[in-house]
Ligand binder design. Structure first.
Ligand code: AMP
Length: 275
């Protein structure tokens, strides 16, 4: 992989990189499209990263559809697909004492509800960035906090890679596309757009002052439909600090994580600026 990319860099090709866990959908393919240009080699990786799953069951049930992924990537004219094995990425095993100093980002929202998750994400991404050395990295706004973590990782490791955050692709009914959606049964799939509807509800009803009642109402809407809610939160879109009192000036993002039928879904939406 490194030899091949070195050859391409020698002929002045830029490297665009789209890391994924496979079970590809149009959200992933939109990232590939963003990367593509005549002077760019687009690399996609597929690696279901064991160190970022805090829930063993979630890891075991993560969908794997490699044949179809290859078909979709070929159709999208992706230049290189990188599918490393677990022991290539982690030759010394999965345990480690090392940790990245992610500060506040690791203690709240996804960091709080999925302990160790972002350390695993950073461990993998550090390796992938070292191997691929991309000029441009394309990731989805769907994983808003992850994008912030990766921005921080890039600065921690002193990488020159530029992170591009790409808009969330949605199904017709608003549900954010996600590999995990394939695990939903018919009934849950019908209910799942309630997350998007709740984000829209936050967006429409945001007012200066205390936001607690609005967040509580959002949570209630989801619980009524049978969701088990981890959080309905509103945060500063630039640093993800939680906002309880809106001063009318901050740029805000609404973020939700909730289970339906034991499948954990996340989504977010900018509340007072363009998404
Ligand atoms: P994953 O395979 O879920 O790890 O996602 C790989 C990349 O695709 C990440 O940067 C995600 O944020 C991005 N992604 C996932 N779902 C979507 C979506 N619906 N729209 C845009 N990007 C997405």
């Amino acid at each position: 992989m490194q030899n091949r990319l070195k050859q391409l860099k020698n002929i002045n090709k830029k490297i665009g990189f789209v890391p994924t866990m496979g079970a590809l959908h149009n959200g992933h393919l939109a990232l590939i499209e963003q990367s593509k240009s005549p002077d760019t080699t687009t690399v996609c990786s597929i690696f279901v990263n064991p160190t970022q799953f805090n829930d063993k069951k979630d890891f075991e049930k993560y969908p794997v559809t490699i044949e179809n992924d290859i078909y979709l990537l070929e159709k999208a004219s992706t230049d290189i697909l990188f599918i490393p094995a677990v022991d290539e990425i982690y030759p010394d095993g999965l345990a480690t004492n090392f940790s990245y100093d992610l500060g506040y980002l690791e203690t709240m929202l996804e960091g709080f509800y999925r302990p160790g998750h972002f350390q695993g994400v950073c461990r993998l991404m550090h390796k992938l960035l070292t191997i691929v050395q991309p000029d441009d990295l394309f990731m989805g706004q769907k994983d808003y906090q992850q994008c912030m973590v990766i921005k921080k990782l890039i600065s921690i490791i002193g990488s020159k890679t530029i992170l591009h955050t790409c808009p969330t692709l949605r199904e017709k009914d608003g549900l954010a596309m996600s590999s995990r959606n394939t695990r939903l049964n018919e009934e849950s799939r019908k209910k799942a757009p309630a997350i998007y509807e709740t984000l829209n509800f936050l967006r429409k009803n945001i007012q200066t002052g205390n936001l607690q009642a609005l967040k509580d109402e959002g949570r209630r809407k989801l619980e009524q439909k049978g969701f088990k809610v981890d959080y309905v939160e509103i945060a500063d879109a630039n640093n993800l600090e939680l906002v309880n009192n809106y001063d009318g000036k901050q740029e805000l993002v609404g973020l939700i994580a909730a289970f339906i039928q034991e499948v954990r879904l996340i989504d977010n939406m900018k509340l007072n600026i363009e998404n």
